[in-house]
Design a protein around this ligand. Sequence first.
Ligand SMILES: Cc1cc2nc3c(=O)[nH]c(=O)nc-3n(C[C@H](O)[C@H](O)[C@H](O)COP(=O)(O)O)c2cc1C
Length: 213
Amino acid sequence: MSGPRTIALAFTGASGLPYGLRLLECLLAARVQVYLLYSPAAQIVARQELDLTLPTQPAAAAAFFSERYGAQPGELTVFGREDWFSPVASGSNPADAMAICPCSMGTLGAIAAGLADTLIERAADVMLKERRQLLLVPRETPLSAIHLENMLKLSRAGAIILPPAPGFYGRPQTIDDLVDFIVARILDQLGVEHALGPRWGAARAVAPSIERA
Ligand SMILES: Cc1cc2nc3c(=O)[nH]c(=O)nc-3n(C[C@H](O)[C@H](O)[C@H](O)COP(=O)(O)O)c2cc1C
């Protein structure tokens, strides 16, 4: 599978940062070049959910995550909230794909409305206008009609809406299992190879050939 070379990844202030962190880890492990962005609200959620302090300065954030996930120089770049000179700010040099994981209802609504007040919103706007892949992992419950209309609008504009709704038919035992279920589906959408758990029907496909032998 030949995957995209550069993926923009944004964390926003919805619950579910473990999905975003695991996705970052898997992208870097697959040697994808990652542009990372995160909102101030994501930093608050990181502290609340994981006791994790996300650095505010982009260079410090890049060093932090590169060490944490073993990224080589140049594989991870972090951009600030209003870095309008970054590649993701322009349609002349967009990433191959962008994922917002987790995606707050605030950011989702801003993208649906065509706002581009922050680099995350602008980068998402660029992906839509350039017809590149934009994948949103929205988290809220229950969903209001406004949330649902925004998601439908974005889906019609070409975005992929991938709610973090793990299946239980694989009998997950841990939170990590639940997180990996969702991250596997995201990586599949992005065309990035992974080995996060068995694929449905794979064991069944193998069984007949064993019987024939
Ligand atoms: C601990 C915590 C959990 C939150 N969870 C959600 C959530 O699941 N979904 C959501 O849409 N907003 C959630 N919020 C609210 C957003 O963080 C808030 O609307 C913020 O303005 C979003 O900003 P952003 O989209 O720029 O990250 C949460 C806030 C906090 C502090």
